[in-house]
Design a protein around this ligand. Structure first.
Ligand code: ADP
Ligand code: ZN
Length: 674
């Protein structure tokens, strides 16, 4: 290994191998196959580059990332090595030159796209090179090896050619496979599909201890405000905001730019639909820190080695935990603390399901295999949904997903409950209250059994709540036993409990665009409920304090908009996305009013009062008075009926009906402040 250390020092300037790198390099040098599973940034390339530079002959590196080959080659050249690549970005003349020089034995390493492997000219060259009297092919390294598995998220049929290619070589080279994202199942697939022979397997820690993980459920509009505030609070830090579509990137980019640029915080943007120059310019601005924030699709970040990305925010839900961890993992490569936040709501999952169903079919697969692939995508997405909904430790959830449980010493209980937690994720740091929801859970499970698991979560919750809707009636759910048995609970709360029951295996949610809820493996515990085997179910929910803080924050946003002098005028306002852009721009002038926090608290109190009035009358709250009127009261703090009439939206009638109560509430609040 001394020679390997020398190579590491000479070419790359590093003092020592990282955990796992040494074992893989040694195995390859000894002529054994290898499988390296390490998260992005752990240093997989070194594992095959070092042997490639030491072993006589030419090493092939199979990689699907054609656009990155040039960068890799440039970096290796700069390090004093003799690398090359062969892909469709080269002209035929250039390809000829590369092959000619390769035949002469000039290159130590060659990056090739998988589609090229069985191309007659390339195959002939490789066969000659790997022959007894050839220049030698000591190693074939397969990057992104999970692409060979249909269980993974990005199966590529061309990866299936790799094994044929290797079999066609007169002398079998060492084969080494690398991936950042592989579950147990995918790992087994890699070994089988690439024909690895008793490989040295290294799965190094997926745990990125310096990363904080956060999950927040919120509406689309709140997401924009959240990201804007976050970016402003961290204006000197670099961050990536991922969206799931180009359109979403463009929309969010406009809103953020509108809000942040006037504050001197530049925003960049990146997706595959932009022109090359434009893309490069944005990427460079981000890498050079002139634009601290970049809004991008997942096309951005592959192979970009920016160590000081301090946060990665997902504005939309990615398609799998694999994808999420890879993208989020672009934060904090330098090892310093960094944050990964996932903002989500039901729309994200609807969009994802829609995308799965509309996905163009892969012609190389037969119908069964296609259906399998589709089911698999649903399975991956369901795991993502589990991540969003778990109240357990987020890091544990991810590590368990990757089969890397050693990292945390995760304990298992019967229903897959949580271990001790990491202390560095939003579920571990948010105070939770434990609530006994046994009765609610029991009713839900019994109802699902009664209706034979034929309905989705929302409909089940509606029925338990006793909603009398068209849909309920059309399915005769109003006649099902258990209908309305949870009339005292809100539909949202029932849905929460159902979600938790799914997460813990008492219920299951099917795949497909319209998932239904059925009985899960632990449902028997509920059905067997008896004094000897009592069933109990508790749920963690965010402590009310945190909730009220979130509410206050929302109110502060409203008030800030108002303070900035931008009165939302409902009539003149365009609808849809541009209305949102206005909202964001409203914060830009940064006018701050005294007592903003106080106002927010008062706003909440007045809102509750309004809610009471509305409830008494079975009205919608806005019929009592508008938000705008409430904000007006916060601002003017009326102490008399006349003063109250100054508030926009409060006329004689309203002043008569509710005036006293509002004035009293305001006075009580002011007394508290003294
Ligand atoms: P991966 O392919 O696993 O995402 P890379 O091979 O791109 O990771 O390596 C990530 C970063 O870590 C690069 O900047 C690389 O130069 C650096 N690196 C890799 N191995 C070492 C090492 N042994 N010592 C120091 N830095 C290393
Ligand atoms: Zn945790």
């Amino acid at each position: 290994m001394d020679a390997a250390h020398d190579a590491l020092r000479t070419y790359f300037g590093y003092e020592s191998f990282r955990a796992g790198q040494d074992r893989l390099v040694q195995a390859i040098l000894e002529g054994r196959d290898a499988l390296g599973v390490m998260p992005t940034g752990a240093g997989k390339s070194i594992c095959y580059q070092v042997p490639a530079l030491m072993l006589p002959g030419i090493t092939f590196v199979v990689s699907p990332l054609v656009s990155l080959m040039g960068d890799q080659v440039r970096a290796l050249k700069a390090a004093g090595a003799r690398p090359s690549y062969l892909n469709s970005s080269l002209t035929p003349a250039q390809q000829n030159t590369v092959l000619k020089r390769a035949r002469e034995g000039w290159y130590q390493i060659m990056y090739v796209a998988p589609e090229r492997l069985l191309e007659p000219r390339f195959l002939a060259f490789s066969q000659a090179a790997a022959a007894e009297d050839g220049i030698g092919v000591p190693l074939v390294a397969v990057d992104e090896a999970h692409c060979v598995s249909q269980w993974g998220q990005d199966f590529r049929p061309s990866y299936l050619d790799i094994v044929s290619f290797i079999a066609a070589l007169p002398i079998r080279p060492v084969v080494a496979a690398f991936t950042a994202t592989a579950t147990e199942r995918v790992r087994a697939d890699i070994v089988r599909m690439l024909g690895l022979q008793r490989p040295e397997s290294v799965v190094t820690g997926f745990d990125r201890t310096n990363l904080f993980f956060g999950v927040e459920e919120m509406g689309d509009k709140a997401k924009v405000a959240w990201i804007r505030d976050f970016a402003l609070e961290h204006e000197h830090e670099s961050g990536i905001v991922y969206c799931s579509t180009r359109k979403a990137v463009d929309d969010l980019y406009l809103k953020l730019a509108h809000a942040l640029e006037p504050r001197g915080v530049h925003v960049a943007r990146y997706h595959a639909g932009m022109g090359t120059d434009d893309r490069t310019e944005n990427q460079v601005a981000f890498i050079n820190d002139t634009a601290p924030v970049i809004v991008a699709t997942n096309a951005f970040g592959m192979g970009i080695d920016k160590p000081n990305v301090r946060y990665v925010i997902h504005n939309n839900v990615p398609e799998s935990i694999e994808a999420y961890y890879q993208e989020a993992g672009r934060a904090g490569r330098d090892g310093d603390p960094a944050g990964c936040y996932l903002l989500w709501n039901g729309n994200d999952f609807r969009l994802r399901r829609y995308l799965i169903d509309r996905e163009p079919e892969d012609e190389r697969l037969d119908p069964d295999a296609r259906e399998l692939a589709r089911q698999n995508r649903y399975r991956l997405l369901n795991a993502m949904e589990g991540y969003c909904q778990t109240t357990g430790c987020l890091r544990e959830y991810i590590l368990r997903y990757f089969g890397d449980e050693g990292a945390l010493g995760v304990e298992h209980t019967a229903a897959g409950d949580n271990g001790a937690g990491c202390g560095n994720c939003s579920n571990c740091t948010t105070p939770y209250e434990t609530e006994d929801v046994t009765d609610l859970a029991r009713e839900a499970v019994l109802f699902v059994r009664a209706v034979n698991g034929r309905f989705g979560r929302a409909l089940v919750a509606d029925a338990l709540h006793g909603a009398n809707t068209e849909r309920i009636r059309s399915y005769h759910l109003n006649e099902a036993p258990g209908y309305g048995s949870l009339a005292a609970e809100s539909v949202g709360r029932i849905k929460d409990v159902i979600g938790q029951l799914v997460g813990r295996g008492y219920l299951v949610q099917s795949q497909g665009q319209y998932p239904v809820i059925g009985l899960g493996p632990y449902a028997t515990e509920v059905l067997a409920d008896s004094p000897e085997h009592p069933f109990s179910f508790t749920m963690k929910r965010r402590a009310s304090k945190a909730k009220s803080r979130a509410r206050v924050k929302r109110a502060v946003d409203l008030l800030r908009d108002e303070a900035a002098g931008v009165e939302p005028t409902p009539l003149a306002r365009p609808h849809g996305a541009s209305a949102l852009a206005e909202d964001v721009s409203a914060v830009a002038p940064a006018v701050s009013r005294p007592h903003l926090g106080d106002d927010a608290e008062l706003f909440e109190r007045l809102r509750e009062l309004r809610r009471d009035f509305a409830a008494e009358r079975s009205w919608a709250p806005y019929m009592v008075c508008s938000d705008k009127a409430l904000r007006g009261m916060c601002r003017l703090r009326p102490a008399t009926r006349d003063e109250l009439l100054e508030v926009p939206g409060i006329g004689e009638k309203k002043a008569d009906d509710f005036g006293d109560a509002f004035i009293k509430e305001i006075a009580a609040f002011e007394a508290l402040q003294e």
